[in-house]
Design a protein around this ligand. Structure first.
Ligand SMILES: [Fe+2]
Ligand SMILES: [Fe+2]
Length: 361
């Protein structure tokens, strides 16, 4: 006997979608670059449960050894190395479950938006491509959920990320959706996944992030190629609106409130495992200089926004002087005037984003 499903499971949450579904009666290719990207995407499909070696499980020792907190290489501190290995595993697995859960929820957001784009984009090649991205995102939800299951448990979504996903889903035009998702969210995700992929020595996580990042490189390339194709023809008002939307999206993710959510989650993990958070800060502060030098050496000073999202906005023609001023004020509020003034925003992105994923290891 089958059990009846509830009309709406208690774990769901509804957001109103803003879009018009667009038919296009012209079936011959119009945007060659997107057709090529679609062909590549078909060629590079993979199957989560078959192509990753789940049997090996998680290597706890290597996982704990390569655990960092938001780019801060905590694993290199004496404090961390002196902790009991069991405690190191507990802290690293629980903290990572928090971070990976937010990747997971972000992937679900990407799944929803990619499927919206199938409807909303006007060009057939762009619809074809968005259909492949929809499958990619389903697979990403699948792999992150499975990895977290081996690690700990799924944590709730961070409020700033939920706000950003909601705003992207609710936005009306396809360009807003592509800017919110393919440029800002996926640009940040690609940067962070690649970083983690190159840092971690945990074999299953490395395999997983390599595969996911290659897909994400295509998703960013889609946003870049498609938007570059149209931004030149926009009137000033529409372009300014898109720039504002991109800026707001980036701000939601990195402003100080977003930072404190992350910090609070880490503090809760330390406290849950019997450590005094204040004491940990004192220990870490003592090694701060050494760590700052390490960050400088590895290029970690360039966060994902200044190092990747802004170069992407420049590439697609959505980074006017006006919006640069907004970004500088935001950086000044978060990191201080001095650092904001010194920030230089790189021009352009690597030509081959897929190859870039595996460089710099
Ligand atoms: Fe994804
Ligand atoms: Fe994606």
């Amino acid at each position: 006997m089958t059990t009846a499903l509830p009309e709406r499971p208690p774990t769901t949450d509804e957001v109103e979608v803003g879009l018009n579904a667009v038919f296009n009666w012209n079936y011959s290719g119009e945007v060659e670059q997107l057709r090529t990207l679609y062909a590549n995407a078909l060629d590079r499909q993979w199957i989560a449960m078959r192509d990753l070696d789940w049997e090996q499980g998680i290597d706890r020792e290597r996982f704990s050894k390569t655990f960092s907190i938001g780019g801060f290489p905590v694993q290199k501190t004496r404090w961390w190395q002196n902790l009991d290995p069991d405690l190191r595993w507990k802290i690293s697995s629980q903290s990572s479950a928090f971070l990976l859960s937010n990747f997971l929820h972000g992937e679900q957001g990407a799944l929803l938006v990619a499927s919206e784009l199938v409807n909303a984009v006007p060009d057939m090649d762009a619809k074809f491509y968005a259909a492949t991205q929809t499958v990619d995102e389903a697979r990403h939800v699948e792999v992150f959920a499975e990895y977290i299951r081996l690690l700990d448990e799924v944590n709730p979504i961070m409020a700033p990320l939920k706000r950003l996903l909601d705003a992207t889903i609710a936005s009306e035009g396809w360009m807003h959706k592509a800017v919110g998702m393919n440029v800002v969210i996926e640009g940040l995700a690609l940067h962070v996944f690649r970083d983690m992929r190159n840092t971690t020595e945990e074999p299953l996580l490395k395999q997983l992030l390599t595969r996911v990042s290659r897909d994400e490189a295509r998703h960013t390339a889609y946003g870049v190629k498609y938007l570059s194709h149209v931004t030149g023809t926009l009137d000033d008002r529409t372009r300014a609106e898109l720039e504002d939307f991109a800026f707001e999206a980036a701000r939601m993710l990195i402003d100080s409130r977003g930072g404190s959510t992350m910090r609070d989650a880490m503090l809760a993990v330390w406290a849950r495992n019997g450590l005094d958070p204040q004491g940990v800060f004192v220990e870490l502060a003592a090694e701060r200089e050494k760590m700052a030098a390490e960050l400088q050496r590895t290029g970690g000073v360039h966060g994902p926004v200044s190092g990747f999202v802004i170069p992407t906005l420049k590439t697609v023609g959505l980074f006017s002087e006006r919006i640069e001023g907004h970004f500088r004020s935001m950086f000044a509020a978060n990191f201080g005037e001095e650092r904001a003034r010194q920030l230089e925003f790189k021009d352009g992105l690597p030509d081959d984003l897929e190859a870039w994923v595996e460089s710099g290891a």
